[in-house]
Design a protein around this ligand. Structure first.
Ligand code: SAM
Ligand code: SF4
Length: 264
């Protein structure tokens, strides 16, 4: 499907939860976050229905994200359901990898194609600091498990400061394992500062092909906009259709600061 600026929209990013087992400094406030009520979070059936409708409108690429998607109970069944939807050619997940030792093989068996893994440093103390308590060993074991399970090609996403890039040790870590390391500049919603993801299409407004489904069931045409359409209030087709029609030409400053609910 085309939006009003002639861009082909074929990519749906689905946030399946606003919960996470880490507290990355750039993503969640130290004070914690107000979590959605269980009944406000879309069920797996609802997520599959939205995805089916989106596939019917031309979406071929789906990414499951969060919060941390692997903390959502039953995630394997969701992957299984999405993998069976006709027209979805690329089914990927973005994860912090800490639960991949447990789930990588089951995810692959359920039909997940590949994972992007968020890893900003391979220094254990630095990782613990950035994630407010995370265990680097768990993330590294997750990367190995993903490689073993064939959830490839794996990409490592590294959030960097304005002027910095991924550290040399992280680049070398990726190189030694044949894993691409991509820099994502830290974004700030309030001032509308966002960036192009190296080697990806994120942040590149003229070429943006995305819609997002947030964990509370709103279709968002742009990460850097507060516009959203509720699938529960409007119905699937209407919410998807309006999101495409109202997709802004470019992102800008916005009120929300909800990366962990929209999924990046
Ligand atoms: N928990 C999963 C993970 O960390 O991969 C998936 C959700 S997370 C919100 C998705 C991506 O958003 C991660 O790669 C994370 O690094 C990125 N992210 C979160 N806050 C960000 C910010 N302020 N600026 C840039 N990227 C951010
Ligand atoms: Fe959790 Fe991912 Fe946000 Fe880190 S970036 S707090 S792992 S959702």
């Amino acid at each position: 499907m085309k939006d009003t600026f002639g861009r082909t929209i074929n990519y749906l990013r689905i946030s399946v939860t606003d919960r996470c087992n880490l507290r990355c400094r750039y993503c969640m406030p130290a004070s914690g976050v107000k979590l959605l009520r269980h009944e406000d979070i879309l069920s797996f059936e609802e997520i599959a229905e939205v995805t089916r409708a989106a596939a019917g409108m031309g979406v071929t690429k789906v990414r499951i994200t969060g919060g941390e998607p692997l903390v959502r109970h039953g995630i394997i069944q969701l992957v299984e359901a999405l993998a069976q939807i006709e027209g979805i050619l690329d089914l990927a997940m973005t994860t912090n990898a800490t639960l991949l030792p447990k789930y990588a093989q089951a995810l692959a068996d359920a039909g997940l194609h590949r994972v992007n893994i968020s890893l900003d440093t391979i220094d254990p103390a630095g990782y613990k600091h950035l994630t407010r308590g995370g265990d680097l060993q768990a993330a590294l074991a997750g990367i190995e498990a993903a490689q073993r399970a064939g959830l490839t090609p794996i990409k490592l996403n590294c959030v960097t400061d304005e002027d910095g890039g991924p550290g040399e040790a992280l680049i070398e870590f990726g190189r030694a394992r044949g894993i691409e390391v991509r820099a994502i500049r830290r974004m700030d919603f309030g001032i509308g500062s966002f960036s192009v993801v190296e080697g990806g299409s994120g942040g590149d407004c003229p070429r943006c092909n995305r819609l997002r489904l947030s964990s509370d069931g709103r279709v968002r045409p742009c990460l850097f906009s507060d516009i959203s359409f509720s699938v529960r209030e409007l119905g699937l087709a209407e919410a998807l259709g309006r999101a495409v029609l109202n997709k802004p030409q470019a992102g800008g400053p916005c009120e929300h600061n909800w990366m962990h609910g929209i999924g990046g």
